[in-house]
Design a protein around this ligand. Structure first.
Ligand code: SAM
Ligand code: SF4
Length: 365
């Protein structure tokens, strides 16, 4: 596969890290960190590959994909997810990528995950973040496998703009995918939109009007410094304030009563359109209003590395440990110890901020 020089520091190779497996703190319990947070929400990347080339996420030629043997196989994914749910306090699992619909075994992985029960006997909540291509064909099977709901990414209502942003002419497939998901009961369907200055930053109200009409819950995401070339500039980013100003020019937004954001990344507002349709809209202001203090995420990459944060510059290997014969207890200790070291915040505003060691598509967004 084509390879590009990302100009980024190499990811720390998996290998010996100083995990004191004798430390009592890591022998049982959930995924706590030293700043008082507990991770309950697991993001699992199932592949780093994608069938779109959103220009803020991937270069036209793609990225140097992980080789197949480097990827966790389905049984390995299910083993680690099961460990997280049974032993580590995880009660929500989101599959992502790259494009998770490219993973052939997705329905099997979802079925095995949705069959898991927490120690309190509760179902684990499952969801999928997808670009929606191929979802029209697979929504029924994913619902039958026990998937609860989906997030579909769509940045524009204009097919020509879509083709320009994603470098692929697949707008209709995304719309069909979102509709099929809603019809299959994978609801609420949330729609993720990234606004890009000079490209689609005039579309916030139109996207909201469309989402309300379709019954989807729209979430705008501030563009983060997770592009493969490291060219993100804060001054180019469309901020949450700008998005809200544009929405408020056409809608009355009412803050969700009692909805302190808590660990949910989106600040949400209730909204009604001109025809009386009600719904909500959210803004995920990871850059201008970071929610790190309440973060409840832990992440697993497609090649079996634990990341404590999207912006981590270190990773902790579970794949090689598992393949070398580590038992569940040992893997759990390693995961707990990794999370203990989670940093308090991403410090994007700090001049010393280091671009993460992988782009978004390889971490799992
Ligand atoms: N391919 C799937 C998709 O597009 O939904 C899943 C992976 S994608 C990385 C997940 C989400 O991250 C998408 O909504 C995408 O728009 C968003 N995203 C990608 N790069 C981003 C960036 N630099 N800042 C903010 N969001 C980004
Ligand atoms: Fe693919 Fe999602 Fe990245 Fe777009 S945002 S290139 S769909 S991984």
């Amino acid at each position: 596969m084509t390879s590009v020089d990302l100009g980024l520091p190499a990811v720390r190779p998996p290998g010996p890290r100083s995990v004191d497996t004798a430390d009592e703190r890591f022998r049982s319990g959930p995924l706590r960190d030293r700043h008082g947070r507990t991770a309950r929400d697991l993001r699992v990347s199932l592949t780093d590959r994608c069938n779109l080339r959103c220009h803020y996420c991937m270069p036209p030629e793609g990225l140097p994909w992980l080789e197949r043997p480097a990827l966790l196989d389905d049984a390995e994914v299910v083993r680690l997810v099961g460990l997280a749910v049974r032993e580590l306090g995880v009660h929500e699992v989101r599959f992502t990528g790259g494009e998770p619909l490219l993973r052939k075994g997705l329905e099997d992985v979802v079925a095995a995950t949705s069959a898991l029960r927490t120690p309190a006997g509760e179902r684990v909540r499952t969801s999928l973040t997808t670009n929606g291509i191929g979802l029209a064909r697979r929504a029924g099977a994913l619902a039958a496998a026990g998937l609860d709901r989906v997030n579909v990414s769509l940045d524009t209502l204009d097919p020509a703009r879509f083709a320009s942003i994603t470098r692929r002419d697949r707008h209709a497939d995304v719309l069909a995918g979102a509709r099929a998901a809603a019809d299959a009961g994978l609801a609420p369907v949330k729609v993720n939109a990234v606004l890009l200055r000079g490209t689609n930053d005039d579309e916030a109200p139109a996207l909201l009007r469309w989402a309300l009409r379709e019954g989807y819950r729209l979430r705008f995401i501030e563009q983060m410094p997770l592009d493969p070339h490291g060219t993100w500039q804060r001054s180019d980013m469309v901020t949450a304030d700008e998005i809200l100003t544009a929405l408020q020019a056409e809608f009355e937004l009412t803050p969700r009563p009692g909805s302190a954001r808590g660990s949910a990344p989106a600040e949400t507002w209730d909204v009604t359109d001109d025809d009386g349709r009600t719904g909500d809209v959210g803004v995920i202001a990871s850059v201008t209003r970071p929610f790190c203090g309440d973060c409840d995420r832990t992440r697993l990459t497609a090649d079996g590395q634990v990341r404590t944060c999207l912006f981590s510059t270190t990773e902790t290997d579970l794949r090689d440990a598992m393949r070398a014969g580590a038992g569940d207890d040992e893997l759990a200790v390693t995961w707990r110890a990794a999370m203990w070291g989670k940093l308090p915040g991403h410090d994007i505003d700090d001049p010393a901020f280091l671009h993460p060691t992988r782009p978004m598509s390889s971490i799992g967004g």
